[in-house]
Design a protein around this ligand. Structure first.
Ligand code: HEC
Ligand code: HEC
Length: 200
């Protein structure tokens, strides 16, 4: 009887241990399937343009953004709920998982508009003091480390983020975008987003 009880106790204990271990050992694939794919897809190619594509995005940048969502530095009700219990290690693994996926760019339907956006991307606007985007986001729009890739991103998302920077409703430890877009015009926003979304 006593023996049976002990066995039951051990069974219970190991059951708890295994459950705990399973939780600690979640792979990024499992987390993505459980709580990211509804919005960002298994391959980071979000089909709804409100949700950013994550495929091919820089891992350092994404790791920092996930931490920013968690601490509330970058405000998003949708994202905060998804990351609040993730460990630093899990956020890094998720960022690396999505960074390794291949991004498929949108189709730039209006080549003339894309060309206007291209010129603005490479030169900025000297009259209004808007810096050239290429300086930081690179000639191919791929960024590096903490500078996000913009090439192939949904234009609707790019437009929304430029508005958020201009209104200061998006913040981070990197406030540089606030001053970059201070004098950007609505036409410039639409043109540059059109150009970038079609970029390979
Ligand atoms: C309910 C939909 C939804 C789910 C589920 C979701 N996200 Fe998001 N995600 C968003 C939205 C919306 C944004 C843009 C927030 C904003 O406007 O600033 C975003 C932004 C991001 C960004 C920043 C991208 C960038 O270019 O700055 C990363 C990284 C990210 N999500 C990763 C994840 C991961 C990893 C998961 C799963 C743990 C996840 N998301 C689950 C909706 C979602
Ligand atoms: C001085 C460097 C610099 C310049 C110039 C610059 N950016 Fe940025 N940009 C950044 C940094 C840094 C971030 C990431 C901010 C953060 O960590 O939240 C960023 C973020 C962005 C994002 C958000 C991307 C995402 O995935 O959420 C967009 C869109 C963007 N920049 C567009 C532009 C455009 C368009 C221009 C040209 C008008 C431009 N940037 C010029 C440094 C720069």
């Amino acid at each position: 009887m006593r023996m049976a009880l002990n066995m039951a106790a051990i069974g219970l204990l190991t059951g708890v241990l295994f459950a705990g271990q399973a939780l600690a050992d979640r792979t990024p694939e499992e987390i993505v399937r459980d709580r990211c794919q509804d919005c960002h897809g298994m391959t980071g190619q979000s089909s709804d343009p409100e949700y950013p594509k994550l495929a091919g995005q820089n891992a350092d940048y994404m790791t920092r953004q996930l931490a920013n969502f968690k601490t509330g530095v970058r405000v998003s009700r949708k994202m905060q709920r998804k990351v609040e219990d993730l460990t630093g290690h899990e956020m890094r693994a998720l960022a690396e998982y999505y960074a390794a996926q291949r991004l498929v760019p949108d189709i730039a339907f209006d080549p003339a508009l894309a060309q206007v956006g291209r010129e603005f991307y490479f030169s900025g606007n000297a009259d209004t003091g808007v810096s050239a985007c290429v300086t930081c986001h690179g000639p191919e729009g791929r960024g590096a480390m903490y500078l996000p890739r913009l090439a192939g991103q949904h234009r609707k998302y790019i437009i929304a983020q430029l508005h958020a920077f201009r209104e200061h409703s998006r913040s981070s430890s990197e406030m540089v975008m606030h001053s970059v877009v201070e004098n950007i015009s609505e036409d410039e926003i639409v043109a540059v987003a059109h150009f970038l979304s079609g970029l390979e």
